[in-house]
Design a protein around this ligand. Sequence first.
Ligand code: FRU
Length: 663
Amino acid sequence: MTVSGFKGKGLVNSFFQGDDSTGTLVSPEFTLQRRYLSFLIGGGKNAEKLALELHVDGKVVRRATGPNDRAGGTEALAADWWEVTEFRGKQAVLHIVDQAKGGWGHLNVDHVVQTDRKPPGLLKDVRREFTGAGRYLHLPIKNGAPKRVLTLWAEGKVVVRNEVELAPADADWWAPMDVADWAGRALTLQVDALPEDSWGLGAIERSDVIKGGESLYREPLRGQIHFSPRRGWNNDPNGMVFFNGEYHLFFQHNPYGWSWGNMHWGHAVSRDLVRWEELGEALLPDDLGPMFSGSAVVDWKNTSGLGTEAEPPLVLIYTAAGNPTVQCIASSTDGRTFTKFAGNPVLKEITSGNRDPKVMWHEPTQKWVMVLYVTQSGGRHTVHFFTSPNLREWTLASVTEGVAGSNYLHECPDFFELAVDGDATRRKWVLLGANSEYAVGTFDGVRFQPEHSRLPGHRGSGFYAPQTFSDLPAADGRRIQIGWFQTETKGMAFNQSMTLPLELRLVSTSEGPRMTFTPARELEALRVKTHRFDGVTLEAAGGNPLAGIHAEVVELRAEFVPGDRTTVEFLVRGAVVAYDASKQELTVQGTRVLAPLRDGRQRLTIYCDRTGLEVFASEGRVYVPMPFQPGVGDQALSVRTRAGGARFEKLEAHELGSIWSTR
Ligand code: FRU
């Protein structure tokens, strides 16, 4: 994790090629001259094995350690100090000791200073009460500030705990904590440790509108066609499901930080798969741990008993990543409020690396099937298959191994059936991992039989942990996937996003069925202005038909027949997307991928947003997602050919509107 909170360019950090390095760093001798010795310290917490020690007369007279003793936590250094008046005039030596191995087996130290001015103390368990109305408590956040444990109490009961980079002075941004669920009750916020001079707790405001919300969805780095949360960090899409006429997208969310942490399930809904409305958090961390990734199903027959047959429940299946790490369920009949099952967990820990349950109904065996990622000893990646009659009791059915030493089937498995070449009588199962590599095979309700070793999924970067929708209407017949799009947005009050919705298909090839990715047709609704140049032929020295178009967010579609040695090069707001016909190779911002011609033709689709590109080629055989931030002033498009010409049967540029525009 990023180390922060030190002064200047360097610090002492005993994380050397990992946590297992040990040793002691000893300072030169110095004379204690002032009343206080202050310092910055961070890293692991272990008073014996991880310590900054003050030695006087050969004895340890003071000792300090870091703040972290469990997974998660923070690498930030925080101020601490000792009163040393009694040793004034004596010779002293500092030892920085690291005798700890494994998780958090390191210490960070910096900025040791002798001073007569008392450094601000750290107050423990400081509380502030909130009365009155207002849906949100606005927490001031300073990215990289020491993490404080903030506990929210409602009428004497702990509601939720979060680790928050509470701003000591000015805020980088404000994180709204939605307290609507406890309206009218006495609320208390408690901070575990607060520097005496910190402004953070006092600065919290309560109101009904999001602070800084005037520019919501119009921020400079807000993706305009990609979903991102209003505030905070997102990673994996979770619980993707169609329920009561709405697409639901849940997601790994840190509502109170710009980086990963405090995992909640954020929640957004859409009626058209394109425009999303963010709702409040669906799942908050609880005593079983933070809410890690998982899935959702509609329990049509009410097998779980969590709804009725008339009102079938939407059931979320998620990982509570505490110690132990277990699988749990929660349900809802209105798609808005979610109740955690009283009998949680529904699946006990197998190993501490078990997570990300994806569940589906298996019609032939009339059972629920869960695929669960499980790390085995030696770091082996496996997917465990479980079955259940009711989503509450699960039985192990089989185990599928990943490939040793690879990231295949590492986290977030997805498992679904696809028709080959659209022929419903020829169906195959696809098992897919977080990095989007996959295998095609058969499944009998117990065991998955892959027909070959792993195959590559996407060919770009910044695409991870994709998931497909459950319960799309039968008449739809599609398999739609959305991935986590790792688009970093520095300086914004939010970070990361989701990819466009992608339709997955299986097509026959000489090597067997292979998966294709194409942008979901619903995206066409975003086109606001179309420029067509169908039928143009470009020569090497020819002009640029796209000159004169200025578009911030754009979709380009081209179908061209290139000469044998031609390179067709698109410049999209500064991004280079080129196709070299002699090598049958696509290059997206320097990333090269084989992209075969079909009947001498290449079909390219390019989406460009403020935060990334998504490029599709070779009938969906090639999908290249790519985080990218175009220059603000550069809205130009161009296409030209080199080393030959190309005939464009189709060339269209669509200026796109925003998915946020209706709000
Ligand atoms: C993948 C992942 C999952 C886990 C989640 C936690 O990105 O590591 O395995 O459930 O993120 O946020």
